[in-house]
Design a protein around this ligand. Structure first.
Ligand SMILES: Nc1ncnc2c1ncn2[C@@H]1O[C@H](COP(=O)(O)OP(=O)(O)O)[C@@H](O)[C@H]1O
Ligand SMILES: [Mg+2]
Length: 256
């Protein structure tokens, strides 16, 4: 029987560092995610969470760091290799990044025709089924301006799923949403987790992280300073940095 420790991680990143404007934004950050795991990045604003996630699909090129996808070393240098990497590593942004001039369905299908070279008909069928998966079966003809924030983010998730990524990176996917819309997006992400999707997610949704994270990674000043299973990091009396951060978030929510 294969032991968990012997699995080849879907994504493995070792020693990622990045300087921007003369400042060290990331300092030797490493991460390994096995199939079906959800790793959650938490930490204060400015900790480097977005920078790290963007380095993982080379939207930002790290100064140092090695990466493997399903055991295969990834060193994108040419444009084509970058595109190939971004097919394999999906990305969900805080502010959706949809094309405003395209309908929901076209937002999902465009990369299928352009990148995956699917026929328009096959791409449209796939887009319909992905929109259905995120609960937007009847919204395909609408433009982003006609959708709520929660619906826009679900279109963005459908778009990522349509590419059949090996792993999806989510950068605070609910932070730009009105509070009443957060739940519908978290519900979709929860379903993906249950379905075995491999994910890395930066979030301030600590209850969600506690319930679904395989591991929580606490980041500060560009480094991961604490990591562990939610139960261990958040246990009563554990007295961890993660727990203190969690308590502060809960207090801030209460003060709103
Ligand atoms: N292009 C840039 N030039 C200089 N500093 C940057 C740039 N982008 C981000 N930073 C800085 O990097 C740090 C980490 O930012 P970020 O990765 O967005 O953190 P987080 O997502 O955890 O809030 C912040 O201090 C931010 O000001
Ligand atoms: Mg960020």
């Amino acid at each position: 029987m294969s032991d968990i420790a012997e699995q080849t991680p879907v994504l493995r990143a070792e020693g990622f560092s990045k300087k921007l404007g003369g400042r060290r934004i990331l300092d030797q950050v490493s991460l390994s995610v096995n199939r079906g795991e959800m790793k959650v990045l938490i930490g204060p604003s400015g900790a480097g969470k977005s920078t790290f996630l963007q380095c993982l699909n080379y939207l930002i090129v790290p100064d140092e760091g090695d990466m493997w996808l399903n055991g295969e070393r990834v060193t994108p240098s040419k444009k084509q290799e970058l595109y190939a990497l971004r097919e394999r590593v999906g990305m969900i942004f805080q502010d959706f990044n949809l094309f405003d001039h395209l309908t929901a369905q076209e937002n999902v299908s465009i990369a299928l025709t352009r990148v995956k070279k699917m026929t328009r008909r096959d791409a449209a069928l796939r887009a319909v089924s992905e929109l259905e998966r995120v609960g937007l079966a009847r919204r395909g003809a609408l433009y982003p301006a006609e959708l709520s924030g929660g619906q826009k983010q679900r279109v963005a998730i459908a778009r990522a799923l349509a590419m059949d990524p090996e792993v999806i990176l989510l950068d605070e996917p609910t932070s730009a949403l009105d509070p009443e819309l957060v739940g519908e997006v978290l519900a979709v992400i929860r379903e993906l987790a249950r379905g075995g999707m491999t994910m890395v997610m930066a979030t301030h949704q600590m209850e969600f992280a506690r319930a679904l994270a395989t591991e929580i990674l606490f980041m500060e000043h560009g480094a991961i300073i604490e990591r562990g299973a939610p139960a261990a990091l958040l246990a009563q009396g554990a007295n961890t940095r993660t727990q203190a951060f969690f308590a502060r978030l809960v207090a801030e929510e209460g003060a709103c």
